[in-house]
Design a protein around this ligand. Structure first.
Ligand SMILES: *Cc1c(COP(=O)(O)O)cnc(C)c1O
Length: 835
């Protein structure tokens, strides 16, 4: 024995050691403390001195520093969630359109001022750090952004919850324009490193695919099991989701696919290097890229792999890592609710049944009783073509055991239908989870049958779901159906996007409104206060100047002070009817160039578009081309005397939304009634003091009810009127015949003036409108143009306009995603906020 061996061995860090209980403490929340932590991160993590650090070094060190302040609370919340008996929400979503993280995390942790001063002390402008961040675009549009707003509200309301999703290596494509046409570039959002995530390879799950099923005798019980053919590793990356200044930090867990060891070993042994790499690529393809489609199902096998990959990993994670060991599974519904964000995660239902029946060996009925209480389904569409279906053939090949389970769920469900309605063959055929010719699985029906609740996302949408899309189900089980109107987080879309308006509101109302948005009502009386109106108008003008930085850089011109800023930003889709907006612009242009209207009589307007089209959606891409083409003609025609400008900044994303929306005067929400489930862009605009021109569709209905008819420009057919016109037989050409200006506008587009004389470029758009027009653009044109004239007239009285804008802000506090989450708690989850 040597001398050294006499020193006592270090005490093992047991679970009760003080450091294990409270693993880290936050650095001091002072400017000095922040500077120190920042420099430590720069030196020790990045390995550079401040004097030689690049912008990326500084940004990454700053992000690490902010993280350091949040980690202690995060670990504490994770510990508590495991120990806690309270019910948790697992939000399952294939998309999270997060937007930039730095500013949000600074705000949530109350560090914005300290960080600003600390960086200034280091000679760094924090705005340049903000600008350096690449947003994670892990979603297509509204659905993904909703999930991001919801996890913010869940944390802010201290609801125990985990968001589960996919860490796509490439998010939504980056859009650039070449000759006015959309080009898609890969979105390498991870290229600079991803400072907000924590990779946890030790918590990986194995997810299997394909193979076959077999039955076996398990001590006298006949059971089924799945013998898969291959599997991948799902590695979790954790993101902190801080509540707004409440000390709560929830988790977003995104899964990344990697090759399993077995893959490696097999190929290593075979000595086939090329095969080894191919196998690895094959596995990793699963989380490689976000499908850039948002309302048409992709019949892509890889997409089904993605869906199963993330829900299987999430359920396994929840059951093995979050639930205590030896948990009594019959109590599962008291502990967790899995909220299905649209049908993308619905394969979780048969997966839960497989886990309970095959792995945990519960009998079918017990497992089904549990499963039916653990899931709830949010439907996001009304377009029949957007209801996801998977061919039985594909599903059976990729997930053979799940297909068996779906068949059994369907058999038992159809028995229940028969019991209730007798041999009503129409009903049995229409309600079957499996449709015939070709045999396929209707995921929305599976979700409706399995879910404890089914919700639409706005009052009108929920009503139409019950009356139309899921009518038979509503007749059989009306108690399942409910509504939760969407919302948006005021932290990002007011406080961060519109700091000046937020300051003005705080000056009037004091603090607290940001987490109690109905308090905006108190602004109503300020609408009558001339000083407040002047201040409010000043904020709008300042926001336009801020937006001008973007426009100047891109187009070399800025919004003139007297221009009405008219904004339409959202995914490009025919049902959203960007073409109606184009026809308005072309109409104004045609009036001037034909000499019927003097340019000096036009209300000066700048039109801003932002929109990505799915890469395979030819008509949508053609509309983008047309918007750019109209813009380049209109912007440079001297006859307009600069009174109309059209701008289309490429790559609309959350970052651009935060810049554009606070500057807008007019919000375009012009979908055909009965097609937009809710919309959330409409809410962001109203909360930032834009007036809406819109149809009676989605949440527009509720916005109009709240702000009042005097503060909203309604036009177009109502949903029943749309139905009636379809029933009568819609002939769009008749509408063109009936309105001179509509015909002139269409003729101008056909004439080739926007395409250098080439008549064929945009002809497909015009003939589509004249001979098909599924979304009734022509039928609503006349009413739309009339509403736009009301807009011009209203804008002429700028002070009255501002009054309306203030009332829009004051009356739309309902659209906070905090209220949506409270509705989910009351109507669906019955979970309790902690503390
Ligand atoms: C809010 C938002 C959307 C949804 O807009 P809608 O007008 O509701 O379709 C889409 N994309 C981004 C980037 C958003 O912020």
């Amino acid at each position: 024995m040597s001398e050294n061996d006499k020193t006592p061995a270090p005490r093992p860090l047991t679970a009760t050691h003080p450091l294990a209980l409270a693993p880290v403490s936050s650095p001091p929340a002072t400017v000095d403390g922040f500077v120190r932590e920042f420099l430590v991160n720069l030196n020790l993590e990045r390995g550079v001195a401040l004097s030689s650090a690049t912008e990326t070094d500084k940004y990454l060190a700053l992000a690490s520093t902010v993280r350091d302040y949040l980690v202690a609370r995060w670990l504490e919340d994770q510990r508590r969630q495991r120990a806690d008996q309270s019910k948790a929400v697992c939000y399952l979503s294939a998309e999270y359109l997060l937007g930039r993280q730095l500013d949000n995390n600074l705000l949530a942790s109350g560090l914005t001022d300290i960080a600003t001063q600390a960086l200034a002390a280091c000679g760094i402008d924090i705005d340049s750090m903000r600008a350096h961040e690449v947003e994670p675009g892990l979603g297509n549009g509204g659905l993904g952004r909703l999930a991001a707003c919801f996890i913010d509200s869940l944390a802010t309301l201290s609801v125990p919850s985990i968001g589960y999703g996919i860490r796509y290596e490439y998010g939504i494509f980056r859009q650039v324009f070449r000759d006015g046409q959309q080009i898609e570039k890969p979105d390498a959002w991870l290229a600079l490193g991803s400072p907000w995530e924590f990779r946890h390879p030790e918590a990986a799950q194995t997810v299997s695919f394909a193979g076959h099923t077999e039955t076996y005798d398990d001590d006298g019980v006949l059971r089924s099991r799945w013998v898969p053919a291959w599997s991948v590793r799902a590695v979790p990356y954790n993101y902190m989701v801080p509540g707004y200044q409440n000390g709560r930090v929830n988790t977003l867990r995104l899964w990344s696919a990697e090759a399993t060891k077995a893959f490696d070993l097999r190929t290593f042994n075979s000595g086939d290097y090329v095969e080894a790499v191919r196998a690895q690529t094959f596995a990793e393809n699963i989380s490689k890229v976000l499908y850039p489609e948002d309302s048409t199902p992709q019949g892509k096998e890889l997409r089904l792999q993605q869906q199963y990959f993330f829900v299987a990993a999430s359920i396994a994670d929840y059951m093995s890592k979050v639930l205590p060991e030896d948990f009594d599974l019959t109590k599962l519904p008291d502990r967790v609710i899995f909220q299905l964000n649209d049908t993308h995660p619905v394969i979780a239902v048969p997966e839960m049944m497989r886990v309970l029946v095959d792995e945990r060996k519960l009998d079918w009925d017990a497992a089904w009783a549990i499963t039916q209480k653990c899931f709830a389904y949010t439907c996001h569409t009304l377009l029949p073509e957007a209801l996801e279906v998977w061919s039985v053939d594909l599903l059976g090949r990729l997930l053979p055991r799940h297909l068996e389970i779906i068949y059994r769920i369907n058999d038992e469900f159809l028995l229940a239908v028969r019991e209730r309605f007798g041999d009503d063959e129409r009903r049995l055929r229409d309600m079957s989870i499996i449709s015939e010719n070709p045999a396929s699985v209707r995921m929305a029906y599976l979700a409706t049958v399995a879910g404890a609740k089914v919700n639409g996302v706005a009052e009108l949408h929920s009503q139409l779901l019950r009356e139309k899309v899921l009518h038979d189900f509503d007749e059989m089980m009306p108690e399942k159906f409910t509504n939760v109107t969407n919302g948006v987080t005021p932290r990002r879309f007011m406080r961060l996007a519109n700091p000046e308006l937020s300051e003005l509101i705080t000056a009037a109302l004091g603090t607290g409104w940001l987490t109690d948005l109905e308090r905006l009502r108190e602004l109503e009386s300020y609408a009558e206060d001339a000083d407040f109106r002047a201040a409010f108008a000043g904020v709008k003008a300042a926001n336009k100047r801020r937006l001008n930085e973007v426009l100047l850089a891109r187009d070399g011109f800025a919004i003139a002070d007297d221009h009405l800023l008219d904004v339409m930003v959202k995914r490009l889709h025919e049902y959203k009817r960007q073409m109606l907006k184009v026809l308005h612009i072309v109409t104004l242009y045609e009036r001037v160039v034909s000499g019927r209207v003097a340019a000096s009589d036009l209300q000066p307007r700048t039109f801003i578009f932002g929109a990505k089209a799915a890469p395979g959606y030819a008509m949508a891409k053609r509309v983008i081309h047309l918007i750019n083409a109209v813009g380049s003609v209109v912007n440079s025609d001297p006859r307009l005397e600069g009174r109309l400008k059209v701008v289309f900044p490429p790559n609309y994303n959350v970052t651009l939304a935060e810049r554009v929306i606070p500057a807008a005067d007019l919000s375009e929400q012009i979908s055909l009634a009965g097609k937009e489930a809710s919309g959330t862009g409409n809410m962001k605009f109203a909360l930032n003091g834009a007036l809406t021109i819109g149809t009676d569709d989605g949440a527009n209905v509720e916005i109009r009810e709240l702000v009042g008819d005097d503060n909203f420009f309604l036009f177009g057919m109502s949903e029943p009127e749309v139905e009636e016109l379809w029933a009568r037989g819609y002939r769009p050409g008749e509408f063109a015949q009936a309105d001179d200006e509509l015909r002139r506008a269409l003729d101008l587009i056909s004439s080739g003036v926007f395409s250098g004389g080439d008549r064929s470029t945009f002809e497909p758009i015009v003939s589509n409108l004249l001979y098909d027009d599924r979304f009734m653009v022509l039928a609503d044109y006349t009413s739309y143009i009339a509403a736009q004239e009301r807009v011009d007239a209203a804008y002429a009285d700028r002070d009255a306009w501002t009054r309306s804008a203030i009332l829009n802000v004051a009356r739309t506090g309902f659209f906070s995603s905090d209220r949506s989450i409270r509705d989910y708690i009351d109507r669906i989850w019955h979970a309790q906020p902690v503390r």
